[in-house]
Design a binder for this molecule. Sequence first.
Ligand SMILES: [Zn+2]
Length: 676
Amino acid sequence: MNNPLLEPFDQAPFSKIKNEHFKPAFLQAIDDAKKEIDDIVENPDAPTFQNTLEALDFAGQQLDRISSVFFNLNSAETNEEIQKIAQEVSPLLSEFSNDITLNQGLFERIKAVYDQKDTLKLTAEQETLLEKKYKSFSRNGANLNDSDKKRLREIDAELSKLKLKFGENVLAETNKYEMHLTHEEDLKGLPEGEKEAAAQLAESKGKDGWLITLDYPSYIPFMKYAENRELRKELSIAFGGKGFHGDELDNQENILKIVSLRHERANLLGYATHAHFVLEERMAETPEKVMDFLNELLEKAKPAAEREFGELEAFAKELDQIDRLEKWDSAFYSEKLKQKLFNLDDEKLKPYFKLENVINGVFKVAEKLFGLTFKEVQTVEKYHPEVKTFEVYDDKNNFISLFYADFHPRPGKRGGAWMTSFKSQYTLNGKNNRPHISNVCNFTKPTKSKPSLLTFNEVTTLFHEFGHGLHGMLANTTYPSLSGTSVYWDFVELPSQIMENWCYEKEALELFAFHYETGELIPMELVEKIKESATFQEGMATVRQLSFGFLDMAWHSNDPANIKDVKAYEAKAFEGTDLFPDTPQTCMSTSFSHIFQGGYSSGYYSYKWAEVLDADAFAYFKENGIFNKTVADKFKENVLSKGGTENPMELYKRFKGAEPNIDALLERAGLIKKAS
Ligand SMILES: [Zn+2]
């Protein structure tokens, strides 16, 4: 069979690819990649950087290309057939990558090179590649004796079961609960659309009246708008009590088992705690640094948070004679206070943000900063007619990248917005192979009478994903595994989040924020309002985020041997961040899926960390002008083009001339006044 995926291709040949091509292509490419690995291991020559590390990094390229095409389609244009293939090939791919990390012969060769690394005269990028590859084996137990290796595998198997169970319990608890309302006055305060959704939900389950559930689209509006305080309390306690009912869905035992297995695993591998293990491969480096970071931010944000809490409490008292503000009052009175202070809604802003104008705007910003131009082309194959394709050139007219943009929702597209690539950048045999980058979003579609008009939140999302896109497009490295966005977890959001800052700047908005009918530029008092409302209750929000970071670190940077009571341990971790009275029936940890099911253990701090980075970096732009060419060049040279080729702190210092400082974030968030 002629299989377009198995022939060398540069641009993804969408028109030729049929679903039945994928499985055989995967099987063949996995086979080929295995042979390439075997050739490295069986090479009779002594291990060198080139015949081992470099060879390994360029092995399996066809498999990578096929995977990119396939999984990008599975996210943006899927169907039952593709989903079925994904189910079939995913285990094969994880087996293939496990086979590599458990390949002792391969590790011996890498270790041989690693042991002589000081005499090899490697470039900075080569050193990083060696370090990262070596670590990917050693952190998986390659240096352990056989009995420790066996124990490590047992722990890993046990942990993956427990994490799954944790998530299943949270989901079951979420689905089990429903609040059935039969009197319309109980929904008082909810916007019509939300009421309708609640009625439809009831109808779909064969019930009369309205149903409210613990799913976010149902839970959030109710907490925000429902005037019935008792019902908000009931819903809030149900939400906070997930996995904390002492029944078969309770997660307390699972948590204690997970943290103790993680601790044992870290110890086996020679680390003091799980957090030490995780943070070794993060910009933050150590639990001590993370704790210092969280504490420093808390100290600065706490006064603002307490002040905001006091204002909110006074507002609630004045409005409804509430004496003690509880957790279930927070979203409700915040929303009311926000409306009173700003009276700003999406409908006022949307006419200024026609999708085509915003795209033009982000392209112009990229041109002013990095000299890039975007030329729409019809010659590149697409996976859907709605996809737009661009060739990207630099200021010397060199081809830089292909850029795919796919903006609107479709049945086969998952929710959210993301950046991905169909081909990553790398340099091989002296040739710099340029990347193929894609942004996928779910923005409001145009209608017959109206173009696609974005909410302000969608505008910042577009700039955000485009920032990730620039990280991919401007990549300029040798090795594919270090290229573009392949950087430490707590560094990857710098290029994306920094771009959002331009959306608040007059000089940037002047490039694109024109009314779609009148052509009038967005009034600056509206922009001021957007800025002010963006920092509304930022102190409280910051302290809340920090509390999750503290809780995460409490679970993972200590020996869990003596923890007996999950709720009491959590309460201790929350000391210092509490604003609201405790609710004894609820527990955050028992449904904290980010850290007990997902990949955020010892990593929750990185949300704030990334904000500190982008605020600090943008402050540097602002000092010199937001389109200052010298600063932009430094950002491109030291951050955007470098991928993961060097330690991110070193890259950052080369860009900014100093380590990041939290003051810029505090100023932007309105938590401290700008020093004059
Ligand atoms: Zn992002």
